[in-house]
Design a protein around this ligand. Sequence first.
Ligand code: PMP
Length: 418
Amino acid sequence: GDATSKENTDLEKVSCDFDKYVMKTYNRQPLCFSHGDGAWLWEQDGRKLLDFVGGIATCSVGHCHPKLIDAVHQQMNRFHHLSNLYYIPQQVQLAKWLVEHSCADKAFFCNSGTEANEAAIKLARKYGKVRWNCKKPIIISANKSFHGRTCGSLSATAQPKYQSSFLPLLPGFLYIDYNDTPSFLKMVDNIIQSSDDSRIVGVMLEAAQGEGGVMPGDEKFFQTVRQVCNQIGALMILDEVQVGMGRTGKLWGYEHLGIEPDIFTTAKGLAGGIPIGAMMCKSHCDLFELGDHAATFGGNPLSCAAALAVCHIIEEEYLIENAKLRGMELQKGLEKLKQSFPQIISQVRGWGLLIGLQLEKEYTASQVIDVALEENLLVLSAGPNVVRLAPPLIVTQEQVQLALHLLNNVFKRLTWSN
Ligand code: PMP
């Protein structure tokens, strides 16, 4: 059908129309795809690119997975929206799967990661109110964190570059350094010593920081946070939006850390790229009452049918195991590249298929991204000096080796040009 689709993907026209009609909140690469399959994306002219961005870690089961397409089709043919005024079978099936495959007892559904974190912040405040009639709830989060852009989750996102134009934010957010136990203990002490009636209701952390540079959580730090939360009655809230749903070679990031959170949030990969978010909690903090919180589209049958299909694909195709094995191959190959190009790569870190390459100061992530693009490989950044790799969980051994080969070309070219 391809006159229209050609027109729709003509880069020059599309980019002009973007400038004219769409707010410029994203710095876009000069690319416009016509279709995808697995870990591949095609431009209209037939150029084929290997996708190690995966829609920023959303593309869990790859582009155009037939079972995901089928589930969405079937649901569209029945009905695609029912309000939460009625029982939605697809929603309860998804909630059941998530509960049976995590430490949580209950689910609340919304439409994105930031919205799931909003729900977690509200639930923590409600918990403080119910438990202590607390009027000055405090939530501790970490510097360099990313929890989203709406005003609540932005208040937890401790990065001045995201916050500074939008002050004042929600009161009651305090920041520690990630993985820094002394910084955390000192903060807790200060709050407990302070004479006003503030109270720590929650500690909100990413199991591995994604946007902050792909920083895996430190087991000892997380276990200390868990113990302190138990002692003072605060809720431990983990943001699993980027690391959850198998990306790290385990279903949930917290499984790497030997702890269980009271609340965790998931989105991104949950429905393989179709919008959905979920906040999961244990029963002791299942405290929302009628009217406390809601989202019109939250848990709609279409998103839930898609997410359920993704859950089943992850199980049937052993994608957690695949993420672990392909991730190990990728890390191993990247360590070799680090040895070949020590003047460019200073560290390789990550879990499973979420990997960061820390670059030496002379190099920027955008340099690598641009040259990789010329090599037909899509990668993304996580801050100015970290290249992030987040391929779909269906990525094959051959594709991992190809990506390593292409990255080798990229670093060779960067060496020549510097
Ligand atoms: N939390 C984390 C850890 C994230 O990485 C992101 C997105 N980068 C979000 C929350 C926000 O998710 P969304 O864009 O779906 O609102």
